[in-house]
Ligand binder design. Structure first.
Ligand code: PMP
Length: 431
């Protein structure tokens, strides 16, 4: 595989961009080698600067759920851009977007658009604090909620991958207001609530964690959090930046039938443009400025080009239920096929899966929290990643990330991935 052009671009990038990348998760730090520079993408495939083709199993970390360069999204972007990319004034598209989100996400009665998942979560906890008059929040080890200061404590995703789950630059004052509990452990949450009575404003959780690999909530866990929040006047925030519109049209909350007070959204909601949103109960959302006193703003928030792209994708997801059946079937086929190849070889590595999110953990332990996720053999993962890449399958360059499949994968692509997995296992296990 010739990647000369990527090599040259990375050399140039390192001189002018920290680490040569604009987001740490893109660096190949944990897997060795260097990132590929992507030139274009179409459907299920990425093409790098040297013209190599890869089947994409990350899909821009989630947004490209219907595949790359999806025609209705491209048309919507072009149409909106022709009317000028930004006005900084209200538009019809924003109203349509808000109405669409409220119609799709069960617990959302009002919604505010922002420009990233990070902004959504930062705003949601400020709102929860303003609403309750309390300061502390509970987050879970290995969950990632963007790079807001309050969340860079025991964070997953790139923070876990680069070994910096607690970032320098976060003040002790901020850090002390973030309480940490292991994922899937209700007793730990109860203990924190007992330790800090009437001080906890919010519990923020990924209803399915995707930032320590794919980790599912145990039966009753989400409802248990809901009950604790109700009992103690705590705002429950589901961070559905990854799961929103992916696990069901109404996200994980629809799938599990547990409804938070606030929901944060991102990724798919922008169809590949930089968009986030937070929404929830009217009573809480009305506290946001200018109807309330909790301040939050954005020059480019609700940007018309981004709204047009998001609307095009969300409308498709709402109107075409066959898409979710397809995503489920893709997830099932990959899971069964890949698990079968592990079993054939007598390998007992764990695979977790829900809908179109899944991944292989190179550990024999059941993975249900960050401690069990960290029991993985990271060197083996790195070899697996490279072996898959050589076979034209593009995975997230970290053990602590989920795969995000797109509906654009064909039967042939699925078989290619399973075969690549089988061959990669033979290569790395016999090494
Ligand atoms: N929350 C979750 C659950 C995420 O996975 C991410 C990003 N991967 C974020 C928040 C932050 O979103 P962004 O990168 O758009 O700021």
């Amino acid at each position: 595989m010739n990647t000369d052009k990527s090599v040259i671009l990375f050399e140039r990038a390192k001189k002018v961009i920290p680490g040569g990348v604009n987001s740490p998760v893109r660096a190949f730090q944990a897997v060795g080698g260097q990132p590929l520079f992507i030139k274009k993408a179409e459907g299920a495939y990425l093409y790098d600067e040297d013209g190599n083709r890869y089947i994409d199993c990350i899909n821009s970390w989630g947004p490209m759920i219907l595949g790359h360069a999806y025609a209705p999204v491209l048309e919507a972007i072009q149409r909106a851009a022709a009317d000028s990319p930004s006005f900084g004034a209200p538009t019809r598209l924003e109203v349509e977007m808000a109405e669409l989100i409220v119609s799709m996400v069960p617990s959302v009665e009002m919604v505010r658009m922002v420009n990233s998942g990070t902004e959504a979560t930062m705003s949601a906890i400020r709102l929860a604090r303003g609403y309750t008059g309390r300061h502390k929040i509970i987050k879970f080890e290995g969950c990632y909620h963007g790079h807001g200061d309050s969340f860079l404590i025991a964070a997953g995703s790139g923070a876990a991958t680069t070994g910096a789950p607690n970032s320098p630059g976060v003040t002790p004052g901020t850090a002390q207001d973030t309480l940490i509990a292991p994922y899937n452990d209700l007793q730990a949450v109860e203990a924190l609530i007992a330790q800090y009575p009437e001080q906890i404003a919010a519990i923020i959780v990924e209803p399915v964690a995707g930032n320590m690999g794919c980790v599912l909530p145990k039966p009753g866990y989400l409802q248990g959090l809901r009950d604790l929040c109700d009992k103690h006047g705590i705002v429950l925030i589901f961070d559905e930046v990854m799961t929103g519109f992916r696990l069901a049209p109404g996200g994980a909350q629809e799938r599990f039938g547990v409804f938070p007070d606030l929901t944060t959204l991102g990724k798919i909601i922008g169809g590949g443009m930089p968009v986030g949103a937070y929404g929830g109960k009217r009573e809480i959302m009305e506290k946001v400025s200018p109807s309330g006193k909790v301040y939050q703003a954005g020059t480019l928030s609700g940007n018309p080009v981004a709204m047009a792209a998001g609307l095009a994708i969300l409308r498709e997801l709402r109107e075409n239920s066959a898409i979710y059946a397809r995503l489920e079937s893709i997830g099932d086929k990959l899971y069964k096929g890949m698990k079968g190849e592990l079993e054939k070889r007598g390998l007992h590595y764990t695979m977790n899966k829900i809908g179109s999110m899944l991944n292989v953990f190179f550990t024999e332990q059941t993975v249900y929290d960050f401690t069990t996720a960290k029991s993985c053999d990271l060197q083996l993962f790195a070899k697996y990643f490279q072996a898959m890449l050589r076979r034209g399958v593009y995975l997230a360059p970290s053990q602590f990330e989920s795969w995000f499949c797109s509906a654009a994968l064909s039967e042939e692509d699925i078989q290619h991935i399973i075969q690549a997995h089988a061959d990669a296992l033979d290569e790395i296990i016999n090494q």
